[in-house]
Ligand binder design. Structure first.
Ligand SMILES: Nc1ncnc2c1ncn2[C@@H]1O[C@H](COP(=O)(O)OP(=O)(O)O)[C@@H](O)[C@H]1O
Ligand SMILES: [Mg+2]
Length: 250
């Protein structure tokens, strides 16, 4: 197994409060990790610090053979644009632009492919996620689920190595959550490493490994194995995770 992300002795302090305390973990290429923990346990902080959106107070984060925790902002932005995709609880699409224009924007910004190729890739992503029919709609005219699918397309337009999500289904209802998570599982099955923060155990049950944060550190982790759409297997995973979470006091 090749390691894509290696987090070593990561600490993050805000003012005098240490939120993350000596976190160590490695992520294999192609893994799907869910980060859980009580509200305020530092899940978002961890995600931001391993994805270069914020810099650790101390410790190191390696993306393959590159140490990203000490990079300058401009270099880090480049790496994020090229190698990382991000989805959040809210889609954060630009107003006054169509769904398609929002999706192609990071592709045009990267400038690795021609605009025509970026548009073609956007089409393929929109077809895959079921929003091709609203490609030219203004973002005010589509549903929350469609917006989040568009955010996923935008995150994937530059074919990132890692897709990060902070509560990506946090404002969706349960059936839309399921649809969005089917997409994320499919993206992961295609080889993209996925790391998401969620407080929803059903969402976390789709990951191959669940990390539980408490007291600024990884309290426990549960290996779930490869996701399978089979309904019985899905229920068995959820049961296993629910029981484990109960033991964590969640
Ligand atoms: N930019 C910041 N400045 C000061 N404190 C922060 C900042 N970001 C997060 N915190 C604090 O760090 C702790 C963890 O926050 P967060 O990572 O958002 O938790 P979670 O995502 O698990 O709910 C909280 O106590 C929060 O108030
Ligand atoms: Mg959070």
């Amino acid at each position: 197994m090749n390691i894509i992300l290696d987090v070593q002795y990561l600490c993050k302090t805000f003012d005098d409060t240490r939120v993350l305390n000596d976190i160590n973990f490695k992520v294999n290429e192609g893994e799907f990790i869910a980060i859980m923990g009580q509200s305020g346990s530092g899940k978002s902080t961890l995600l931001y610090n391993i994805s270069g959106m914020d810099s650790p107070t101390s410790g190191n984060v390696w993306l393959r053979d590159k140490e990203i925790s000490k990079l300058k902002d401009t270099r880090m932005s480049e790496i994020r644009l090229k190698q990382m995709g991000f989805i959040f609880q809210h889609a954060y699409l630009l107003k006054n632009l169509s769904i398609r224009d929002n999706i192609v924007l990071p592709g045009f910004k990267l400038g690795k492919l021609s605009r025509e190729q970026v548009n073609q890739n956007a089409d393929a992503l929109m077809i895959k996620t079921g929003i091709r029919n609203v490609a030219d709609h203004d973002i005010k005219r589509v549903s929350g689920g469609q917006l989040q699918r568009a955010a996923i397309c935008r995150a994937l337009i530059n074919q990132p190595d890692i897709l990060f999500g902070d509560e990506p289904t946090g404002s969706l209802n349960s059936s839309t959550t399921n649809e969005v998570m089917d997409i994320i599982n499919a993206v992961n099955a295609d080889g993209t490493t996925v790391i998401i923060v969620t407080h929803d155990a059903k969402v976390a049950a789709r990951a191959g490994r669940v990390i539980f944060l408490a007291d600024g550190n990884i309290h426990e982790e549960l290996i779930m194995g490869k996701y399978d759409r089979d309904e019985k297997k899905k229920l068995a995973r959820e049961k296993k995770l629910f029981e484990w979470l109960e033991k964590q006091g969640f």
